[in-house]
Each structure stands twice: as C-alpha cells, then as structure tokens.
Design a protein around this ligand. Structure first.
Ligand SMILES: O=c1ccn([C@H]2C[C@H](O)[C@@H](COP(=O)(O)O)O2)c(=O)[nH]1
Length: 337
C-alpha cells in the first residue's frame, strides 16, 4: 500500500457534508439534500441543480461555498466539463464529438498540461477562514478577491482553536523554554484570544474607530471573501494546498473545495487526480536510479536523497528498498550522505 499525498478520507467525508442550499423563498428551503433533478431551460440544465449555493462547513466557524460558476447552463446529457472541450476544439478543430472522445480529450489535455482550455471554466466561492489561513490563501494571485472589511464591519467573536496542539517539527526547531503542557498551552490560547476580543469590543463600544480597534485581534479571528478562479488556476491551488505538506488548516479548506468541484466537474477532476494528485514526478537523477536498476541516487545531497527514499518507498511502493534495509544493508537508495 503506497502512501498518498493528500487526505482522501477527508475528501469523502466532505462530499457527504455538502449542503445544497435552495434559493431564498423556495418551498424546500430547509432541505439541504442533493436535488435529484435539475431545472432546465430549453436544451440546457443548471449545473448547480437549482441551488443558491453548495456549502461545506469547515471547522467550527468556517466554510467553503460555491455560489456560482461558468458554465452554469450545461447541455442536457453533459457535465460542465463540456466547456473545456468546447474551447479546446477551437484550437484542435471539430474532429470527433462523442462523449467518450470528449473524456479522452480532457484527459489528454490535463496529462500533457495543455491547461489553457480549462481557463474557460470558472468558479465563484464564498469562503470564511481564519486570518492566518487567508494569508496563505491570498498568495494565489490568480484569483479575484473581495474581502470582508474590518474597517466597516465588526469582527465577530469567533476564533479558530485547534483540537490539539502539536510540537514544532524537528527540522524547523525554534526551541521552547516554557514548562507548560500542550493542554495548558491550548487553554492559554483560548483565554488570550478571549482577552483580546474583549479589549476590541470595549474599544468599539467606547467609540474607537474599528480600523484601529481591530489591531489587538489575533490571527485566528475569521475573515470572509468572495474568491473567483478558473479551473486551471484552481488545480494549481489545490495541488499545493491539499498536499500533506501544506499547513493542516488550509488543507482542510482546500480538500472541501475539491470535494465540491469534484461533484460538479467530474471528468476534469478525475484527470487531475490521475495525472497530477496521484501521479509522481521523477527528477533526472531519480529516472537514472530506476534505469540503472540500482535505485541509488547519484548525489551527496542528504535532503534530496531522503526525498527519493520517501518517494521510492511510499509513493512508488518499491519494496526492494525496504527488503534491503531489513537485511541490514546500509541505506540502499543513497550514494552516501
Ligand atoms: O505553507 C505556507 C507557508 C507560508 N506561506 C506564505 C504566506 C505568507 O505570505 C508567508 C508566511 O506565512 P506563514 O509561514 O507565516 O504561514 O508565506 C504560504 O502561503 N504557505
């Protein structure tokens, strides 16, 4: 069993948690289940199944919500993936048109990173996340963003507090000289953010400008934004942020986003899984290590060697490496550190 690069179980949990929110005033507004039929206009149906939004709660106070997309109107019998094919055929010519061939074309495009046609599909999300998550998220400069203003509006007394406190990783050890247990640190976080919020609240009530009062708030208070991005750039965001190396909190949001998008544009997302997420990139040295069948990486760089060992064992499932190790051979995959 090879290791995976993202939390697949959490994606499946999120898919079950999608709330299909019906438009205001509709008679079935309390029903958050997936509609079995979509409204149609002539030969088209609504890709969001007549819903005002598709939303997944993330942590206690956050959410990822799809509010609109392009194409929203989809030819009956197809999925929004059709827009990728439609754009691709402008450059490749009409050619074949059967849906199995459409699937093949999408898979070909994503396999070969011909991602321009996927820029024709867009998603508009409303997301709510802690400010420290938003700071990582905003680095993806290819989206359009409109954010909640703490100059104009009151920041709510909602905080992200992790379930568990974990230790600093040894590769990035800043050290610590306090003798508190992690549980005590967690309690301290809770009381400090509460004190900060009380100070903010008191200043606002005294008439201090909101833009200044907010300066005492911690980075685990929440912000919200509308975030519009095309499918190509979304896949880039997801491939970085769903990865197990990303900070856990932003992983949680991006996995929820993937759960929604996978439901709505399944062919492109399956190709994305097959050729990006679950694929493994090999460097020149790694290819050579495989080609000469030694599995020895021709470098003295320890980090690069460690990465190869991890990739070979855990992503490629090369049991050979493990067998050699069990026999007591020196690290079989490295050429010396
Ligand atoms: O995993 C990370 C680490 C950092 N950053 C960006 C966000 C900030 O611009 C800056 C510092 O962020 P933190 O490492 O403090 O999260 O680097 C990320 O986007 N993702």
């Amino acid at each position: 069993m090879t290791h995976i690069s993202y939390d697949k179980e959490l994606v499946e949990e999120y898919v079950k948690k999608i709330q299909y929110v019906k438009p205001e005033g509709s008679e079935n507004q309390d029903d958050k289940t997936k509609p079995s039929i979509a409204p149609t206009i002539g030969p088209y149906y609504d890709a969001m199944l007549g819903c005002a939004r598709w939303t997944i709660p993330v942590h206690e106070h956050g959410h990822v919500t799809l509010v609109d997309m392009m194409p929203r109107l989809v030819p009956i019998g197809q999925t929004p993936d059709f827009a990728v094919v439609q754009a691709a055929r402008v450059s490749y010519g009409a050619g074949t048109k059967k849906s199995t061939e459409d699937t093949g074309l999408i898979r070909y495009l994503i396999r070969h990173r011909h991602t321009t046609p996927s820029e024709m599909v867009e998603f508009k999300f409303h997301c709510k996340m802690p400010i420290f998550v938003a700071r990582q998220w905003i680095r993806h400069r290819t989206a359009s963003v409109n954010e909640y203003s703490a100059r104009y509006s009151i920041v709510k007394d909602e905080f992200y507090v992790p379930e568990h406190i974990h230790g600093q990783s040894s590769s990035n050890n800043q050290g610590s000289n306090t003798a508190l247990t992690f549980d005590e640190h967690l309690e301290k976080i809770e009381s400090l953010v509460r004190d900060s919020y009380n100070a903010y609240d008191a200043m606002v009530k005294d008439g201090v400008a909101r833009e200044q009062a907010r300066m005492v708030l911690p980075t685990n208070v929440y912000t919200e934004w509308y975030w519009k991005i095309d499918l190509h750039n979304l896949m880039h965001f997801l491939s970085l942020r769903m990865d197990k190396h990303a900070q856990k909190e932003i992983q949680d949001f991006s996995l929820a986003m993937f759960a929604i998008v996978r439901e709505i544009i399944p062919v492109s997302m399956q190709a994305f899984v097959d050729y990006r997420l679950d694929g493994v990139f090999l460097t020149r040295l790694e290819v050579e290590a495989l080609q000469n069948q030694s599995l020895v990486l021709n470098t003295k760089n320890k980090r690069e060697t460690d990465e190869w060992v991890d990739k070979a064992k855990n992503r490629l499932g090369l049991g050979w490496a493990q067998d050699k190790k069990d026999e007591g051979t020196e690290e079989p995959l490295s050429n010396g550190h």
